[in-house]
Design a protein around this ligand. Structure first.
Ligand SMILES: *Cc1c(COP(=O)(O)O)cnc(C)c1O
Length: 432
């Protein structure tokens, strides 16, 4: 439609870039249809859980003070447990972020002398300090909890022999990160996670298997709770918050595990009984309701970006045609200039703070400078269109989010425009 192209031109997108984007998009109709089907299934899953748990108008109100008998909070936790097919869940605004949720799950379910095992290689950067891989105050290591890691094989698959050898008498908890995070390994499907859980439990049945589910929620029709995970953990300013939750994290899992986490979050003796929800529950419910379609929008953006940049010869993970198990798209640019240009393009497409220019900074929890493009309604929210990159080789950008597919598309075109504007790419070379 000419009107749309004129609007893009008005928003700073050259006709060559628009045309290239449209050519890429033409090849993606089948993929987009599949994503819409998954969203349709998950939308029904969420509605079903809300209906079965009898979410009522009163649930949208909040409590203050101690938060005893918080109907909305307790019902929301039942809804999460139903969606993730677990016995129980802890879903709280007092859980400040994903790292906090994961730290809580680990610290509450491990005891001095226990060993934690990651059979999927290095965990997400911020978990290094939680575990004590990088020394930190209050880490698991300080409490006498040791850590062992088995790296993935060169092809990204599980090293079953080494995993078997690593499980010992002290091994208590196995942490499995679903998403690649800041790495270029593949993200695991729920099916693969299920195989790994079955394998480790075959060796030692009483192991607690925790899945870091960040960025994975609602990407498939199944969740890790469907394949034997004892705890499924994530952030509400990623997929399950649907862009509306302004804070929060969740731990869905076996009753005993969730109970331990609740006693750690509040206090022994108090557990889940306290923790006022204040006025936040409507956003938690409404965000969860929107989460399947918001996740689908983000997924479309990731696939569009993969195909657009793959067509230009950049290395992308996952590649343009691979099946998807999270919403993150990595693009390796190889130079800091291109990484910065990409992020600045994403920022320039934002509804908030589009006039500011992101630069690298020393972010707490990370061991190199990180550049982040956001411009989000919720600060730092990465279900909203965002990009971040540690400024170190191989100079890869991690791109994710988009509350609407239309915004994700605009942001990706802007990123390409930004590379062209800085002379890092010749717009006359753009063709599929
Ligand atoms: C985002 C993320 C985390 C940490 O979540 P924060 O909310 O940023 O603390 C942990 N693991 C993975 C895989 C993530 O993507």
């Amino acid at each position: 439609m000419e009107e749309i192209q004129n609007m893009y031109a008005h928003m700073g997108i050259d006709s060559e870039i628009y045309a290239y984007g449209e050519a890429v998009l033409k090849t993606l109709a089948g993929r987009f249809r599949q994503i819409d089907e998954i969203a349709e299934y998950n939308q029904l899953k969420v509605i079903n859980a809300m209906q079965k748990c009898q979410v009522s108008e009163a649930c949208l109100l909040g409590t203050s003070g101690y938060g005893y008998n918080d109907l909305g909070r307790d019902t929301l936790e039942a809804v999460y447990a139903k969606i993730f097919h677990t016995e129980d869940a802890l879903v709280r605004p007092q859980i400040t972020c994903g790292t906090h949720a994961l730290a809580l799950a680990l610290m509450s379910n491990l005891r001095p002398g226990d060993e934690l095992l990651s059979p999927v290689g290095k965990p997400y950067d911020t978990l290094e300090e939680v575990i004590g891989i990088r020394p930190s105050k209050g880490s698991l290591a300080e409490y006498g909890i040791s850590y062992r890691q088995v790296d993935l094989l060169a092809d990204g698959s599980f090293d079953y022999d080494a995993i078997r050898a690593a499980i010992g008498e002290r091994t208590r908890l196995v942490t499995i990160q679903r998403s690649k995070g800041y790495q270029t390994r593949p993200t695991f499907s729920v099916g693969q996670i299920g195989e790994l859980i079955a394998f480790v439990k075959g060796i030692k049945p009483d192991l607690i298997c925790m899945v870091d589910n960040c960025y994975g929620e609602f990407v498939e029709t199944a969740e890790p709770g469907d394949v034997g995970a004892d705890m499924v953990v994530g952030s509400l300013i990623k997929n399950p918050g649907g862009g509306l939750a302004p804070i929060g994290g969740y731990i869905a899992g076996r009753k005993a595990c969730v109970e331990n986490a609740a006693y750690r979050l509040t206090s022994p003796g108090l557990g889940k009984e306290v923790g006022a929800s204040l006025g936040i529950l409507k956003d938690f419910y409404q965000g969860l309701f929107l989460a399947p379609t918001v996740t689908a929008s983000a997924l479309k953006g990731a696939i569009f970006a993969a195909n657009l940049y793959e067509g230009l010869g950049y290395a992308v993970v996952p590649d343009g045609s691979e099946s998807r198990h999270d919403i993150i798209q990595a693009v390796t640019f190889g130079t800091p200039e291109a990484v910065i240009a990409f992020c600045q393009g994403i920022q320039a497409a934002a509804p908030v703070d589009s006039h500011v220019t992101p630069e690298g900074w020393d972010m707490p929890g990370y061991d190199s400078q990180v550049i982040m493009a956001a411009g989000a309604f919720v600060s730092g929210s990465s279900i909203e269109l965002s990009a971040d990159a540690p400024i170190k080789p191989p100079y890869a950008v991690y791109f994710q989010g988009g509350l609407t597919w239309q915004h994700a598309k605009f942001g990706i075109l802007k990123s390409l425009q930004s590379l062209v504007n800085r002379g890092l790419l010749d717009k006359n070379s753009l063709k599929l």
